[in-house]
Design a protein around this ligand. Structure first.
Ligand SMILES: CC(C)(COP(=O)(O)OP(=O)(O)OC[C@H]1O[C@@H](n2cnc3c(N)ncnc32)[C@H](O)[C@@H]1OP(=O)(O)O)[C@@H](O)C(=O)NCCC(=O)NCCS
Length: 197
């Protein structure tokens, strides 16, 4: 396990996840802001890419599982990206459509952003989002990110959403204090635990 939130577990993806990730990345309606929905082979390539990222950087996009059922409902994580010649840590997320509107993506992304600051010591965490992708923009905004420059990236215009380390600490200070007192009274090896968002 990489991260635990109130309702979710994030763990590394494996090749065994292809068929459960296909309904997430292969859904034409959900993937409307991507060039096309992923085929089964492309989901396999996506997973292989994450496995390479885990080996190279220790992080990547992780499987998102519902705690109550253990079901894989999406992916969320951190990827090192080149944006305008700079290395940036990007939070990414994809959620199966029948689980939209429950706050899962926001909850998972928040834990990942926090991981970026706490474990990777990032100066800022970004999300690269196409302007038309309103649901994704709302996830970023709920997590304290603000839209910046519009850049042409991976064949499309993308807004650079970002939150700096300083902004994060101010925005989520209260949450950190609550977590600290919870941790002091808790057992186990949970690396990150967040209140519901
Ligand atoms: C982007 C994506 C993950 C957003 O999914 P989502 O369901 O809108 O986001 P969340 O899971 O955070 O849910 C937020 C919604 O749940 C509601 N909600 C319900 N219970 C909630 C709770 N306990 N906590 C927070 N929000 C809650 C929120 O009010 C919000 O409502 P809204 O849909 O009216 O804005 C989804 O659209 C997706 O997978 N798209 C395809 C992949 C993609 O584009 N990824 C991003 C690339 S940049």
């Amino acid at each position: 396990m990489i991260l635990e939130t109130q309702r979710l577990i994030l763990r590394q993806l494996t090749v065994k996840d292809i068929d459960t990730l296909l309904p997430v990345l292969g859904d034409a309606e959900a993937m409307v802001y991507y060039p096309h929905p992923f085929s089964r082979d492309e989901v396999g390539q996506f997973i292989s890419k994450q496995i390479m990222r885990y080996a190279k950087t220790g992080h990547g996009l992780w499987a998102m599982l519902l705690k109550t059922t253990g079901e894989l409902i999406g992916d969320c994580g951190l990827a090192l990206q080149d944006v305008e010649g700079r290395k940036e840590i990007e939070a990414g997320y994809h959620l199966r459509r029948d689980h939209w509107h429950n706050g899962y993506a926001t909850e998972a992304a928040r834990a990942c952003i926090r991981y970026g600051f706490d474990k990777l010591h990032a100066k800022q965490v970004i999300c690269m989002i196409r302007p038309e992708n309103r649901p994704s923009r709302r996830v970023a905004e709920r997590n304290g990110m603000a839209a910046g420059k519009l850049v042409f990236w991976h064949d499309f215009n993308h807004l650079i959403y970002s939150i700096s380390r300083e902004q994060w600490f101010v925005a989520f200070q209260k949450e950190r204090e609550a977590e600290k007192s919870r941790k002091e009274g808790a057992d186990g090896d949970v690396s990150v635990f967040l209140d519901s968002v």
